[in-house]
Design a protein around this ligand. Structure first.
Ligand code: HEM
Length: 355
């Protein structure tokens, strides 16, 4: 990712779309976890097209749809949401599916039983619960799991890093503080950021938490359903009611958070502050309980590594002469909560840039 940012940014003269590079990084990271290979190249036309169609799917799939409230309209699809979504899913699948299929074939999926088992074991380990014996997985189940990994992992990561960068460029004091922390720890002409450094970078970790508090990528988690009728805060919830948890509002509740709308990573530096592991219900960007995000351990390394590397290797400023206080911070609701206007910024490599 760092090399791609440097190439596209042309020494800070060419504004880059931050989200696009993070998306490619996240997609390739999951590609490497599952297939030991980068699947998308930022220079390829296919990469650009994939980014566009996948973004559209996320946006359309999260749009309020009158047909959800009036099932009779489902067939008619009055807003054309289903038709448009299907179009973009098909396009995104054509591109990414091509890479994935090619890679699955090359590791022997469906051809060589021994290699196939390795691949299935990895998937099973990820799911943890093992609903089926790996060798009994149908190819459809595998395709669903693979697609679930890519959709669940890419847009959430992209949204978090893009919002974190936007908040830092909007609040130059916090940007300066985190860069000083990184450079003090790694040295100005020092080495690249490594996973073992994260423990010693409390301000960087606090920035990730503060970003997830104000901009949870899945603002309503994913829809849950009441398995039985129950009473909650005096309300009767009938069996099979669809339940949405508004973590966006929970993270901004002034009863819990002082100056709740301010981006203030320092709040997470105080002793005994909250964590996102699902035990503090005031802060649950990954959900809680049995169906919470299974990738918390991965995300808690991936997010500071990605953000920290971008901040350590480049000096950042806003493109087109936009002043920090004028940066557009409005939100666009899709499956994930993205920035309404994609963040464009100038990335000037630091003298100690390593890749
Ligand atoms: C910023 C990073 C991320 C956030 C905030 C996040 C958040 C979430 C949330 C809120 C859920 C639903 C929990 C619920 O409804 O109770 C979820 C589910 C899931 N996430 Fe994540 N996630 C992130 C990154 C990832 C990554 C990197 C991966 C995979 C590589 C991943 C894989 C999944 C999967 C497979 C599920 C579905 C679990 C199930 O259905 O049981 N997530 N995530």
């Amino acid at each position: 990712m760092l090399q791609s940012v440097q190439d596209a940014g042309a020494n800070g003269t060419n504004p880059i779309d931050v989200g696009r590079f993070v998306f490619l990084m996240a997609f390739n990271l999951i590609g490497n976890l599952m297939f030991s290979k980068d699947l998308l190249d930022h220079k390829s036309e296919k990469g650009v097209k994939f980014f566009y169609h996948a973004g559209k799917v996320m946006e359309l799939a999260g749009k309020p749809n009158v047909a959800d409230f009036l099932p009779v309209l489902k067939r008619v699809d009055p807003q054309g949401i289903r038709r448009k979504t299907q179009f973009h899913v098909k396009k995104a699948f054509e591109i990414a599916g091509g890479f994935i299929k090619e890679r699955m074939k090359s590791i022997g999926y469906g051809e060589n039983e021994g290699k196939r088992k390795d691949f299935l074991d990895v998937l099973l380990e990820f799911r943890g619960d093992g609903l089926e014996e790996p060798s009994k997985f149908s190819s459809r189940t595998i395709n669903v799991i693979v697609f679930e990994m890519f959709t669940a992992g890419t847009d959430t990561t992209t949204s978090t890093i893009e919002w974190a960068m936007a908040e830092l460029l909007h609040n130059p004091r916090t940007l300066k503080t985190v860069q000083v922390e990184l450079r003090n720890h790694l040295g100005h002409h020092g080495r690249s950021l490594e996973e073992k450094d994260i423990e010693n970078l409390p301000y960087l970790k606090a920035i990730i938490k503060e970003t997830l508090r104000l901009h949870p990528p899945l603002p309503f988690l994913v829809p849950h359903m009441a398995m039985d009728s129950c009473k909650m805060l005096g309300y009767h919830i009938p069996k099979e009611t669809q339940v949405l948890v508004n973590v966006w509002a929970i993270g901004r509740d002034p009863k819990t958070w002082e100056n709740s709308l301010e981006f203030r990573p320092e709040r997470f530096l105080e002793p005994n502050t909250m964590d996102y592991k699902g035990h503090h219900f005031e802060f649950i960007p990954f959900g809680s309980g049995r169906r919470m995000c299974p990738a918390v351990p991965l995300a808690s390394r991936l997010l500071p590594m990605a953000l920290g590397s971008l901040l350590h290797c480049f000096d950042w400023s806003l493109a087109d002469g936009v002043k920090p206080e004028d940066l557009d911070m409005s939100e666009r609701m899709g499956i994930t909560l993205r920035k309404s206007v994609p963040l464009k910024a100038l990335a000037i490599p630091c003298t100690d840039f390593r890749h």
